[in-house]
Design a protein around this ligand. Structure first.
Ligand SMILES: NC(=O)c1ccc[n+]([C@@H]2O[C@H](COP(=O)([O-])OP(=O)(O)OC[C@H]3O[C@@H](n4cnc5c(N)ncnc54)[C@H](OP(=O)(O)O)[C@@H]3O)[C@@H](O)[C@H]2O)c1
Length: 281
């Protein structure tokens, strides 16, 4: 039987963990860049709680391994970003368990349901376009809808905090974008669905930065481009990429975490590439 005093100390410990630890939520955590964000944060931040969200937790073997390696620090939750109720349920669980979030990384995306971007209008289908926009654009915006109340309760554990209270932030939203989503940078065309989904995601980033920048405390929101990274998403195009331009997930995430660790309210509402350069909209 649970003795009353050990029960009380359990409550105190749970409370102090939720208050003290930085809480990072990564969605699209089963593979690729999202999985590497989980590994990197677990290696480099302490005390920390990592919430790894993916659409099939029961088959996410890498996340199960990570949870074994870091006992008590990894919570695996189900979020299919195409299912609004998954996002709402996950936010309720996070609210009950941690009461706040300090960092949300929206990593899940697809190039196109076919696995390859359209090369011309001939390849465009309504269904392909809608599926890509639903996952890449609608998903991250709904994540912001349900998690921003928890980000407003964050302790500003990621990024830089200036001394002035009026300029401090409580949490950070990172939307993983792509350079090909930049309208100003588009000289080649093609990839209608993916380019449009990331351009619209960038607009969501800007809108969120304005709405969540009015509140006090503020939530910082940026779009980040990871470079061309050696993952399943870019696999069909690897043979066209020079070796030194195809990044490992470790290298890309190290660069992106350097940017995240340097974020402040001055940088909100912008898009940055892996090397810290600002991307044109
Ligand atoms: N790799 C690159 O070169 C590159 C370049 C520029 C930008 N990016 C961006 O970086 C981010 C990460 O890409 P990546 O290269 O890591 O891709 P990836 O290796 O293909 O992984 C995609 C991830 O998204 C998840 N996902 C897909 N649809 C989902 C849904 N409906 N609900 C929840 N999760 C879903 C996948 O989960 P399952 O395991 O369940 O399928 C997987 O975890 C994306 O936003 C991508 O656009 C990547």
């Amino acid at each position: 039987m649970f003795h009353k005093s050990s029960f009380l100390s359990f409550i105190r410990n749970a409370h102090s963990i939720s208050v003290m630890a930085a809480v990072a939520l990564i969605q699209g955590a089963s593979r690729g860049i999202g999985l590497e964000f989980c590994k990197h944060i677990l290696r480099n931040k302490s005390p920390v709680a990592v919430i790894a969200a993916c659409r099939n937790p029961e088959s996410a073997a890498d996340l199960a391994g990570l949870a074994d390696q870091h006992p008590g620090k990894v919570t695996v939750l189900k979020i299919d970003v195409n299912q609004e109720h998954d996002i709402k349920n996950a936010a309720e669980v996070v609210k009950k368990t941690f009461g706040k979030v300090d960092l949300v990384i929206n990593s899940a995306a697809m190039l196109h349901p076919s696995g390859k971007g359209e090369t011309s209008l001939r390849d465009v289908s309504g269904q392909g376009l809608v599926s890509t926009l639903t996952t890449n654009t609608v998903g991250p915006l709904l994540m912001a809808k349900y998690f921003s109340p928890l980000l407003l309760k964050g302790s500003g554990a990621f990024g830089q905090q200036p001394p002035e209270k009026s300029k401090q932030h409580s949490g950070i939203i990172v939307n993983m974008t792509a350079k090909v989503g930049s309208i100003g940078d588009n000289a080649l065309g093609g990839w209608y669905s993916y380019r449009m989904s990331k351009a619209a995601l960038n607009m969501a980033t800007r809108n969120l930065s304005i709405e969540l920048g009015r509140s006090r405390p503020k939530v910082v929101c940026v779009s980040l481009h990871p470079g061309t990274v050696n993952t399943d998403l870019s696999r069909p195009y690897h043979k066209n990429v020079p070796q030194d331009k195809l990044f490992s997930t470790e290298h890309s995430v190290q660069c992106l975490m350097n940017i995240i660790n340097g974020l402040s309210v001055e940088k909100t509402g912008k898009a940055f590439a892996w090397d810290g350069s600002e991307l044109p909209w």
